[in-house]
Write a protein that binds this ligand. Structure first.
Ligand code: PXL
Length: 273
């Protein structure tokens, strides 16, 4: 008899040769949390742990074909989307996922690298708002991404607070929004989960020293893994944040730039909880 399979999570992401962010971060996180990662490459980046130098978007037909191949081969329990690479990729992915409306969809709107190198332009943002947010179960922007996505381009002096950003993003169609606060000031980092009725929960963490590469990818993939295992959104988000915090506490610095979260910290069996 075949052994029971692990829940499969389909990831759309860009590759990162440092192994810190992007597709490599997603696959490691999903594996660490007991899922099988199905990986669709949307872009290839050239980068080190300091920053992104360049990227090559993959042909949208190739993106759709990669995804359809695995979606038709096996049941998929959750979908996670990271770096998109081009407007055409957004359209192709939106069309594929629209055929699977019952699979929970986690969208991490990757707009820049950790250093701030642009990974998306205004046109791509517009396509994400129009084509992907209406299909998104959980959107996981940091505060900068939330403000950029929620900006009302027709308004002068438009400066919404983060609660208002979350409301606007849900007006665009996503069910839940998790806004992470590491880019805001303060000794603590506050993350807030919203649904259309308001704040579901706010969690506060002591700010860790250092700058991390791939923390957002880790968090979004961890939520996708836990959703794939049947947890509800509020529990999955709480546990994913706890997991991500541990990966950051155990981060290491293999190069000259940012720290990389240790998604397999629990394998080392040292003193850390
Ligand atoms: O951490 C966001 C991110 C996602 N995906 C890829 C990246 C980065 C940041 O550098 O390179 C491929």
């Amino acid at each position: 008899m075949p052994l029971p399979s692990l829940p499969a999570v389909l990831v759309f992401a860009g590759t990162d040769p440092t192994g810190g962010a992007g597709l490599q971060a997603d696959v490691l996180t999903l594996s660490s949390l007991g899922c099988h990662a199905l990986s669709v490459v949307t872009a290839v980046t050239v980068q080190d742990t300091v920053g992104v130098d360049d990227y090559l978007p993959i042909d949208p037909e190739w993106i759709a074909d990669q995804a359809r191949g695995v979606l038709e081969d096996m049941p998929v329990a959750a979908i996670k989307i990271g770096m998109l690479g081009s407007v055409e990729a957004v359209a192709a992915i939106a069309e594929v996922v629209s055929d699977y409306p019952d699979i929970p969809l986690v969208l991490d709107p990757v707009l820049t690298s950790g250093r701030g190198d642009p990974l998306a332009n205004e046109e791509l943002l517009e396509a994400v708002r129009d084509l992907l947010l209406p299909q998104t179960t959980l959107l996981t922007p940091n505060s900068i991404e939330a403000r950029r996505l929620a900006e009302d381009v027709d308004e002068d002096n438009d400066d919404p607070d983060l609660d208002e950003c979350a409301r606007r993003l849900m007006d665009l169609g996503c069910e839940y929004v998790l806004i992470t606060g590491a880019h805001e000031q303060g000794a603590q980092v506050s993350n807030a989960l919203y649904n259309t009725r308001g704040v579901v929960h706010r969690l506060h963490w002591d700010r860790l020293p250092g700058s991390y590469h791939g923390s957002g990818c880790t968090l979004a993939s961890a939520v996708a893994a836990l959703l794939a295992q049947g947890q509800d959104i509020a529990d999955a988000v709480k546990e994913a944040q706890e997991y991500t915090y541990q990966t950051l506490k155990n981060a290491y610095r293999p190069g000259m730039g940012q720290y990389i979260p240790d998604r397999l910290y629990w394998v080392r069996g040292d003193d850390e909880e």
